[in-house]
Ligand binder design. Structure first.
Ligand SMILES: N[C@@H](CCC(=O)N[C@@H](CS)C(=O)NCC(=O)O)C(=O)O
Length: 264
């Protein structure tokens, strides 16, 4: 997916690699994990989603859906976590996290794309119902600003479910999200190779893409211990130095807005 045109002078003027992210966002974390694994130096622009720092005209000028993450690479804007991962893998091929063979490569691409496209249905819905609903509630002013800025139908429909402007989430929504999570987990278990990775014999973008979703489910209280194969898979990722940095910021979101991340 190519970079999107931007009307943001702020973004167009940025030099080097910049990531607009939230420390506790699964989509941001999969990109941060890849940056950490590649040892690429980058500048982070932290947005506190609970404080609605993303609901801001300046940020919507950079990302038209107001979502994190957004990558800005020498003034080129890339949105959607899957597209950002593919962009970084092409731009900085070493070390590479793309499987060798065409079948494993195709599987990897499908897992990465699904991590971003199933996100709203499986990760976000479950987390909002179980954990975020109160914390993420908007004031009347924030709701008004959000509906002025947001044009994306999927986001409008999603946020109306928890901000009081639409029908609230129901037990059936929670059930549907849990069923999708179970289906995904069954597919992940079936895909995991003897070497313990999702798309072939080596750790790849596919594993990074789903590790962050796993952490979100864990924090939202999803019963994960019914899936020992996946628990072991995640434990291997959590043991990597790159993940420790993700976990550190997730536990203690930064107070500063702009942060420098050194390469390895
Ligand atoms: N498909 C998008 C989803 C991005 C997304 O939903 N990000 C969440 C955090 S994980 C967010 O920005 N939430 C704020 C909101 O919905 O306003 C991607 O993969 O980048």
């Amino acid at each position: 997916m190519p970079a999107i045109p931007t009307h943001s002078e702020e973004a167009a003027g940025l030099k080097g690699l910049h990531l607009f992210f939230a420390a506790q966002s699964a989509c941001s974390s999969r990109v941060r994990l890849l940056l950490a694994e590649k040892g690429i130096p980058w500048t982070g622009h932290h947005l506190d989603l609970l404080k609605k720092e993303n609901v801001d005209p300046a940020y919507f000028a950079i990302n038209p859906r107001g979502l994190v993450p957004t990558l800005v690479d020498d003034g080129q804007v890339v949105i959607e976590s899957a597209d950002i991962m593919f962009w970084l893998e092409r731009r900085f091929p070493e070390p590479g996290f793309t499987p060798e063979g065409p079948a494993d490569r195709a599987a990897m691409e499908e897992w990465v794309v699904r991590s971003a496209t199933d996100h709203v249905k499986a990760v976000k819905t479950y987390a909002y119902i179980r954990r975020n609903a109160k914390a993420a509630a908007k004031t009347a002013e924030e709701v008004e600003l959000y509906y002025r800025l947001q044009k994306d139908p999927e986001m409008l429909a999603f946020h109306a479910r928890h901000d009081g402007t639409g029908d609230p989430f129901t037990e059936q929504d929670l059930q549907a999200a849990a069923e999708l999570i179970e289906t995904l987990m069954a597919q992940m278990e079936a895909a995991i190779t003897a070497d313990g990775w999702l798309a072939g014999p080596a750790y790849s973008l596919a594993d990074m893409a789903w590790a962050a979703a796993w952490r979100t489910w864990e924090l939202a209280g999803y019963p994960l211990d019914r899936h020992p194969v996946l628990c072991a898979w995640f434990a291997r990722i959590a043991d990597r130095p790159a993940w420790r940095e993700i976990a550190r910021l997730w536990a203690e979101p930064p107070r500063e807005r702009v942060l420098q991340f050194a390469g390895a």
